[in-house]
Design a protein around this ligand. Structure first.
Ligand SMILES: [Zn+2]
Length: 133
């Protein structure tokens, strides 16, 4: 039996048996905390993996499904495809040119709205005229 029963901080898939194992936090020294794994499956029989190797620790921190209040233990893994896509296209070697183009854009996109507004006004006036007649 362990001397202290550290609380479960999360769960992880056991690399030995594939079952869900529990992860616990243990303090080593003053500031360092390490995770250790305890697997209660038939195969592992409650064995404890207290490896402090950086590789193992990192793996657990990536794979951990943290319990409430221990979300900070979870480390982001490798950037997935869901991450922000890299900007594809011209790297804009001439920023001055881009600045010149910008003022033209509002005019181009604004024109249809102006036309729509004029058409709308004409229709509105026509309706009033009809009503008055
Ligand atoms: Zn196991």
């Amino acid at each position: 039996m362990p001397r202290t029963n550290n609380p479960v901080v999360g769960t992880v898939t056991c690399e030995d048996c594939g079952e869900t194992a529990t992860l616990h936090e243990t303090k080593k020294g003053r500031h360092k905390t390490y995770l250790y794994k305890r697997c209660h499956s038939e195969q592992c029989g409650g064995s404890c993996d207290q490896s402090t190797s950086p590789v193992r620790q990192k793996r657990w921190r990536r794979e951990i499904i943290p319990r409430e209040g221990y979300e900070h233990l979870k480390e982001p893994g490798e950037p997935s495809n869901d991450a922000v896509p890299e900007p594809i296209g011209e790297p804009s070697p001439e920023p001055e040119k881009n600045q010149e183009q910008e003022p033209n854009e509002p005019k181009a996109t604004g024109a249809p709205w102006i036309i729509a507004g004029i058409v709308g006004a004409v229709v509105f006036v026509a309706k009033i005229a009809k009503g008055a007649a």
